[in-house]
Design a protein around this ligand. Structure first.
Ligand SMILES: CC(C)(COP(=O)(O)OP(=O)(O)OC[C@H]1O[C@@H](n2cnc3c(N)ncnc32)[C@H](O)[C@@H]1OP(=O)(O)O)[C@@H](O)C(=O)NCCC(=O)NCCS
Length: 138
């Protein structure tokens, strides 16, 4: 079974616009897209997907299995992503999050991201504003 089937399962557990195994495979055809995973008990329990296009990075997805939350797994993934970006000389990393996704907004703020823009009513299922966060390295 491909590693993408584990990620696709976590996607469908966590997102109404879940990425399929096929779309994950297509995503990693491009070498500017990166995947970091954390395993516990022999299975993938968390992942982050980010792009880095000439130093302009974007956090595209992050999720942790519900049974493994509040144990620092997303923090490890965030720190590993930031370390890789600093190492590669990236200038900034941006992301977009639902305004009502308080746990994730709290996580991003903890890592120094600042909100720079709001896209009102950007999301559906359910409706929500999008907050654009950014962390500048240089
Ligand atoms: C957001 C998410 C990835 C956090 O994963 P996690 O492994 O539980 O996070 P951590 O244990 O590393 O927590 C890091 C910090 O995030 C914040 N946080 C995480 N969950 C939180 C919650 N339920 N409420 C408030 N703050 C929370 C806290 O600041 C926490 O630090 P603390 O534990 O020292 O207080 C996880 O809740 C998840 O998968 N959510 C669903 C998917 C999602 O919404 N992804 C983001 C899409 S943009």
């Amino acid at each position: 079974m491909s590693i993408f089937s584990d990620i696709a399962k976590l996607e469908s557990d966590n997102f109404s616009d879940a990425w399929s195994e096929k779309s994950l495979e297509d995503t990693f055809e491009y070498d500017y897209n990166h995947l970091l995973m954390e395993k516990r008990d022999g299975k993938v329990v968390g992942y982050v997907i980010y792009s880095d296009v000439q130093g302009d990075a974007e956090l595209l997805r992050i999720a942790v299995d519900k049974s493994y939350r509040r144990r620092g797994i997303a923090s490890i993934l965030m720190q590993n992503m930031l370390d890789e970006l600093v190492e590669s000389g990236a200038e900034r990393v941006s992301l977009e999050v639902r305004a009502h996704n308080i746990s994730t907004v709290t996580l991003y703020k903890k890592f120094g991201f600042v909100d720079i823009f709001i896209r009102e009513n950007y999301y559906t299922e359910p409706e929500d504003d999008a907050l654009i966060f950014q962390l500048q390295f240089t």
